[in-house]
Design a binder for this molecule. Structure first.
Ligand code: URA
Length: 197
């Protein structure tokens, strides 16, 4: 982060981000989706990019994928409001929901890095392959590494890749060994780890 990108307060950073024009996504967005949740949350969930509903409302994970995420969190005994800060790799919606381009992600990562610095989560959950790529700097496939723990920052932060809720919308079964079932198990593990922190 360059000197001019250091922020006095979280609110100031949010304001700067909401006026950001550093990449082309700023030209087509309706709203910047900065992120939401308590600033002392122990868990940070990181998605890929805002979709149509998020762009309209300025809030992360409020569309169909978000509703599914809410249900899984609730079933595992996790509270979206109390336990989790939710944000994305890029804060503006890519046109037609395409994947963010590497230069867009690289430009936007300074906000995510600052969010992590302020919030200091103990657990980070990158959801889906794009978030995993930028959080863990790996090319490993999400289906291979989901549900596994990784360490960041000299073991201060535990990272568990999870399947993306939008992918789970297309996987309907919740029978054992299905993607939805695995995700429910992952959230149970996360809840237990949170309780043990
Ligand atoms: N998908 C994401 O990755 N993030 C959102 O905020 C909504 C859908």
């Amino acid at each position: 982060m360059s000197k001019k990108d250091r922020y006095e307060t979280f609110k100031q950073m949010e304001k700067v981000c909401k006026n950001c024009t550093k990449c082309r996504l700023s030209q087509s967005r309706e709203n910047v989706v900065f992120g939401e949740g308590k600033l002392n949350s122990k868990i940070m969930l990181i998605g890929e990019a805002p979709g149509a509903q998020e762009d309209k409302t300025g809030r992360p994970f409020v569309g169909r994928a978000g509703k599914l995420l809410d249900r899984f969190l609730e079933e595992a005994g996790l509270s979206r409001e109390k336990d989790i800060y939710i944000t994305n790799i890029v804060k503006c919606r890519p046109p037609e929901n395409r994947n963010p381009k590497p230069d867009e992600a690289e430009t936007c990562l300074q906000y995510l890095e600052a969010q992590v610095k302020y919030i200091q989560p103990k657990i980070i959950l990158p959801a889906g392959s794009v978030a995993v790529k930028y959080v863990l700097n790996t090319k490993e496939g999400i289906t291979k590494i989901r549900g596994q723990w990784f360490n960041l920052k000299d073991n201060e932060v535990k990272v568990m890749p999870i399947l993306h809720p939008s992918y789970l919308l297309r996987q309907h079964s919740e029978n054992p060994e299905t993607p939805r079932w695995h995700t429910k198990q992952d959230f149970k593990t996360i809840k237990k780890t949170l309780a043990d922190l």
